[in-house]
Design a protein around this ligand. Structure first.
Ligand SMILES: Nc1nc2c(ncn2[C@@H]2O[C@H](COP(=O)(O)OP(=O)(O)O)[C@@H](O)[C@H]2O)c(=O)[nH]1
Ligand SMILES: [Mg+2]
Ligand SMILES: [Zn+2]
Length: 195
């Protein structure tokens, strides 16, 4: 999720988080995590296919153009099917698996919604590339870090072991969650590994 958010921040695209299959998440702690993202200022929605009128989704989308991203099987196509009950949309992880097996080019599909919104379904997106993103961009992709960037003792602070690191101090003070900081470090290292 944080990789998607870094990419969205980098592109200047507004991100909203949809927790789908909310019928399956009891006791998972996921609603609490979603609330953490809402507190960061992201729009969030918990939904599932048992809410067939999809008004919650339609409201979130409004008249904007939205691309749905997420791993295969999370229910992207099903979400669109709820918005457009009369359109024939391929639902089911199997069809996407078959696509991968055939190495077909993944095609995105654009759907027009009745209220003027547009929705792009993106089948088979497995790895969301951050190849154009620099380490500094990754830190900027974590929006709650921005208040602390530039305040470390060293201008080129890697936020690892350096003394007087403002980011790590913010984590220690509870201004930045440990989960998000750990996520930042993982993304940072994964991108450094491929650079
Ligand atoms: N329990 C549950 N299953 C869902 C929900 N939404 C989708 N699914 C199922 O998840 C599978 C993958 O759905 P699909 O829309 O094809 O996912 P996509 O790969 O992201 O497009 C299908 O078997 C759907 O029936 C939901 O809200 N709850
Ligand atoms: Mg799909
Ligand atoms: Zn630092």
């Amino acid at each position: 999720m944080d990789r998607y958010l870094v990419a969205a921040e980098h592109m200047g695209v507004e991100a909203a988080l949809i927790l789908n299959k909310a019928d399956l998440i009891h006791g998972s702690g996921l609603p609490e995590q979603l609330a953490d993202y809402a507190a960061l200022g992201y729009r969030t929605l918990a939904t599932h296919q048992g809410m067939p009128d999809a008004s919650d989704l339609a409201q979130l989308i409004g008249d904007s153009t939205v691309v749905l991203v997420g791993q295969s099987g999370v229910g992207k196509s099903s979400l669109i099917q709820r918005l457009l009950p009369d359109v024939v949309i391929r639902v089911g992880a199997l069809s996407e698996l078959a696509d991968k097996g055939r190495h077909t080019t993944t095609t995105a599909e654009l759907f027009h919604l009745p209220n003027g919104g547009r929705l792009i379904d993106s089948p088979g997106v497995r790895e969301f590339g951050l190849s154009h993103v620099t380490p500094a961009d990754i830190a900027l992709g974590f929006r709650e870090f921005s208040a602390f960037l530039g305040l470390c003792r060293f201008r080129d602070c890697q936020h690892e072991q350096e003394p007087d690191c403002a980011l790590r101090a913010a984590v220690a003070d509870g201004h930045i969650s440990e989960a998000r900081f750990e996520s930042y470090r993982q993304i940072r290292h994964s991108v450094a590994g491929t650079a």
